[in-house]
Design a binder for this molecule. Sequence first.
Ligand code: KG4
Ligand code: ZN
Length: 350
Amino acid sequence: MNGSKENRSLLLAIETSCDESAVAILQDGKTLLASEIASQIEMHRHYGGVVPEAASRQHLQAITPLLDYALSKANIQLSELDAIAATLGPGLASSLMVGAAVAKGLAIGLNRPFYGVNHIEGHLLSPFFGEATIQPAIGLVVSGGHTLLVEIESQGHYRRLGGTLDDAAGEAFDKVAKLLGLPYPGGPEVDRLAQQGDPTRFTFPRGMLEKDNFDFSFSGLKTAVRYKIAKILPSDAPNSLENLPLADLCASFQQAVVDVLITKTIQAAKKTGHSTIAVSGGVSLNSQLRAQFASACEAEGFKLCLAPANLCTDNAAMIAAAASFAHSAGNATDLLIDIDPNLRLNFLRS
Ligand code: KG4
Ligand code: ZN
């Protein structure tokens, strides 16, 4: 039985792959009735990073109240839902388990189809949120866990062009912030401090720019920042971080990341002949990345689709949107398919 009285399609999605518990309710694949997030950042800040066991326990506590809150905000009953989705991976196993178990339980209890979503596909498609079809594009996903450059042919049809060989872009922001004594997560802090800084004061390496491929590497950049800090601080007080020119260090580091991401993405668009560039993931919130991508795309004649700010960091709306494509196509996921912490995107062979 279809639960909706008004001939509308209601899809509920749950995302618990890392340190945010999130629930969204999406109507007809395009209208968000609720997109709620219970962040664990405060707890993980205490440890300077995500502690998997603590994350999982926190998801368990948060998920039922969050579900109730989302339903009341959307003003619907559980029985009105037409489909249930959850992130199956990649992510932390014990965290993914919570969202997937709740979603599968709901799907079984309500006798509705279940859709298992790849978290990276959720990010990748988020710049096209609400659109009925996905246009061909070059997709750049830059988050805490992933840096991936992909050719998008259509929904579900992707070709991998390159990715990071070591740290993800967000991880580099978080690690450099830690070196500078800034709180977790470091990306927003670096972005904020960089606004007052001089991006040309320090010259940091632009990893892999000279290479004729679409891979990235950020660990050399992180090491260069570490050496620069050691050089600046007096040898009798190597931990006196308050003596650092924080704003200039942040601006110079950030500019190196932004240069590499924009240059490689535009090279990829030129090489493949795509005219649209779609940028997503937590790092796509970065103010300089957004501004400089916009001017570079304008100068080079590319159409830029940036993920909306509320869909950049982890959220369930992007999971609902990806699931709604599968729902429209009738491609439900077998309930026996388990979570996979290392789940990869399905790439085309050539
Ligand atoms: O997409 P996301 O929420 O999680 C993953 O799927 O990994 O991304 C989180 C990452 C963190 O590394 C955080 O530092 C980074 O996104 N981030 C930023 C900014 N806001 C969040 N990085 C640079 N500038 C920002 N404004
Ligand atoms: Zn993410």
